[in-house]
Design a protein around this ligand. Sequence first.
Ligand code: FO1
Length: 319
Amino acid sequence: MTRIVALSGGVGGAKLALGLSRVVARHELMVVANTADDFEHLGLHISPDLDTVMYTLSGKSNQEMGWGREGESWAFLESLEEVGGETWFRLGDRDLAIHVERTQHLRAGESLSAVTRHLCDRLGADIDLVPMTDDAVRTIVETAGGDLAFQHYFVRDRCEPEVSGFRFEGIDAATASPGFLEALASDDLEAVVVCPSNPFVSVDPILALAGVREALKQAAAPVVAVSPIVAGLALKGPAAKMMRELDIPATALAVAGHYAARGLVDGFVVDETDRTLAPEVEKLGVQVLVAQTVMESLADRESLAGEVVAFASQIRADR
Ligand code: FO1
């Protein structure tokens, strides 16, 4: 019985997902990860956000880098460099094994959902982690210099090109993965948590899938989003830079507006340093929780998760 559905991108989302996994029981949490960052590289299917959540929840993540595995070695990449291969996307030896295994299973006809379950089981990520879809959806970043595939923009070009928009190739033909829409429609659902992930390239692809917006609006449970912008800065990644380039103020208020304009959120969590924005967010018709959203320690992750769940239950009680 799923009580909480969390929508997540990579690093920030994985941190809150870990916190949530520690405040609710195993079978009560479903984490739905963005797969529009996925790509084919060196003949392998790479799913960065699924892997970041999976490594984080299995205690195997590289906390310094935010992506990849702890205790990583780089023999494969060094050898690839030696022979002049493509090394801009850094695949560590341990991480590489996961991409090889995933790709093998996909080529044998298994769905990404099934392979993700298999990998989580084997790695000890005790979590109901599902890709947003089993179909191919790919983020294209529109820039002054032309369109870029997401990982080319993000990793190869270090988020340097100025963005003018995004589109999600394949989104019209994609179906939400099994269980996702059913979980949103369940009477047992108590909260949908939009993790502090990039609204444009991590959360929007999930929201753009057929049926998801309608399911969120109809869900009995409140939708609560946590701001990925704190004091005008993104804690990780290019969200604030993207907002400036899109002529959107890089503030938690603008993120709230981004979700509220489409009637998608009932509650919004801002960091303590942004407490003065709370009245403005409330004017959007959204309830506000002020909390410490910067998650440095495990205790921070648990504490924010607990506060978010309590906030959702208070919104439910007020209805
Ligand atoms: N991010 C980087 O900034 N540089 C990399 O070389 C890199 C390699 C990489 C390999 C596997 C993987 O699962 C993720 C990886 N990431 C890397 C992160 C990835 O680009 C994510 O899409 C972003 O962190 C956005 O969520």
